[in-house]
Design a protein. Structure first.
Length: 223
């Protein structure tokens, strides 16, 4: 089980984050004594840190610098102060990402998963894919966007999974059909068209009109 430490001044937010992330099988603690953060960090030895900018005594930039003296653990800043100066400062002090409050919990969860994957090569442990605020939940085959949850069929889910895992690359119709049916048998090409049309209709109803683009004669693309 992977460990997350939350260093957040607003304990209501900290508790909400702990409750949400615990449901995804993370071991989560939050700091409520801001005088000895490094001691608590050493004792818990987290895999990732969620760090607010505005904190009692010393700000998050200071604590990120202190953490960087002893650890390369991924640090994600979470703050309502999302102006460019704060984001640049966070990155310069050793932060790995910056998410602005208020944020969608599902987007945060997917970003954490991506950071863990990059840091610890935990591809098999990651249970969500996120791109531009669109979150594909690998556990229950649903899609979250703009606080809306979309139920997907098995084929719709598999199409999105393949396209989102290959963001920025054109995926051919043949590749998608092989991924869907895992067979060399002849599958009517129109069957894929029907599945794609239904999926695009669901996405469009949620405000994602051009999430999947067609590259004529080549295949499909999520940019």
């Amino acid at each position: 089980m992977y460990k997350i430490m939350i260093i957040e001044d607003d304990l209501t937010i900290a508790r909400t984050l702990k409750d949400h992330l615990s449901k995804w099988d993370y071991d989560v603690i939050y700091i409520d004594n801001f005088k000895n953060i490094i001691e608590q960090f050493k004792e818990f030895d987290p895999h990732i840190v969620l760090l607010d900018v505005m904190l009692p005594f010393f700000n998050g930039f200071y604590w990120c610098g202190e953490i960087r003296k002893i650890s390369k653990v991924p640090v994600m800043f979470i703050s309502s102060a999302g102006d460019n100066m704060n984001i640049v400062m966070a990155m310069n002090m050793g932060g790995d990402d910056f998410i602005v409050k208020p944020f969608d919990l599902n987007v945060l969860t997917a970003k954490l998963g991506a950071m863990l994957r990059r840091a610890y090569s935990l591809q098999s442990q990651i249970n969500a894919i996120e791109h531009n605020g669109v979150v594909l939940n690998l556990n229950d085959t649903t899609l979250n966007y703009d606080n809306n949850k979309i139920e997907l069929t098995k084929n719709e889910y598999k199409i999105l999974q393949l396209l989102m895992e290959n963001t920025g690359k054109v995926v051919s119709r043949d590749e998608i059909m092989q991924h869907l049916w895992e067979s060399d048998q002849f599958i009517d090409d129109n069957t894929l068209t029907v599945n794609m049309t239904r999926l695009r209709k669901k996405l469009s109803e949620t405000g994602l009109d051009n999430f999947i683009k067609t590259k004529k004669g080549l295949g499909y693309l999520v940019e």
